[in-house]
Write a protein that binds this ligand. Structure first.
Ligand SMILES: CC(C)(COP(=O)(O)OP(=O)(O)OC[C@H]1O[C@@H](n2cnc3c(N)ncnc32)[C@H](O)[C@@H]1OP(=O)(O)O)[C@@H](O)C(=O)NCCC(=O)NCCS
Length: 207
């Protein structure tokens, strides 16, 4: 996952209208059409920093398509419009024959009221590929909601969920120059495991 957080000394982002409206206590929610407007705002922010180019704003502005996207994400599929193949793989193939990299994934959005603030992906077990590309948990906070403790709180809230899935410790990685992500991981008890090809790998106790 690319970093793109800017370097140390970067000033906090101005408070976004979305963040200011988000008066309610942040919590996890499953992807749902009720977050459509706010999610689209966030997608434009991600696009401005070069993330999620595979998600087409023009297509996902359509509420029905966005509903299909949410359903696909909830089924463990990241790309809209391509769930069938994936689901056939997911449900039709004995676990022992799964292609490396396909594991069940729970995607949760960090929300307040109807405002989307960020996303966390929880991969239920590791494969040799995931060990070095993604780990058990990946997360992001929309640019206008950053530097307010959102990611730290979101990862903390995910650890008991990971424990419930039998994940302990959780593998979490970040790019070596991603100071914010490293802080988030370490503040949640992450123990440095190794550095490889510009990435840092941690084990985070969940219990
Ligand atoms: C990394 C990311 C999730 C951090 O989200 P966030 O909500 O801003 O994180 P927090 O507010 O919990 O910040 C944690 C710490 O990092 C610091 N921090 C945040 N952004 C920073 C930056 N650009 N440079 C240096 N430190 C930063 C915060 O100040 C905080 O430290 P503090 O408590 O001493 O102030 C967010 O920047 C992001 O989504 N980046 C792009 C995707 C990504 O890198 N995901 C992580 C991959 S595992």
């Amino acid at each position: 996952m690319p970093g793109g957080t800017g370097g140390p000394g970067e000033p906090p982002a101005p408070v976004a209208a979305a963040d200011a409206r988000a008066g309610a206590q942040p919590h996890f929610a499953s992807p749902d059409v009720c977050f459509h407007e706010s999610w689209l705002e966030a997608l434009r922010e991600y696009h401005d920093e070069g993330r999620h180019d595979q998600l087409d704003e023009d297509i996902l502005e359509d509420r029905d398509e966005f509903g299909r996207y949410c359903a696909a994400v909830n089924a463990g599929v990241e790309r809209p419009g391509q769930p069938d193949f994936y689901l056939a793989e997911l449900h039709g193939t004995p676990l022992g024959e799964w292609v490396d990299g396909y594991v069940p994934q729970t995607v949760l959005w960090w929300v307040a009221g109807d405002e989307y603030l960020g996303r966390l992906s929880l991969r239920h077990w590791l494969t040799p590929h995931l060990l070095y590309f993604g780990g058990n948990i990946g997360f992001e906070v929309r640019p206008s909601a950053r530097r307010r403790g959102r990611a730290t709180a979101m990862l903390a809230a995910a650890l008991p969920l990971a424990a419930d899935l039998g994940i302990d410790p959780a593998r979490v990685d970040c790019e070596a120059d991603n100071a914010a992500s490293r802080l988030v991981i370490e503040r949640n008890g992450g123990v440095f495991a190794e550095e490889r090809d510009g990435s840092l790998y941690f084990w985070v106790p969940t219990g």
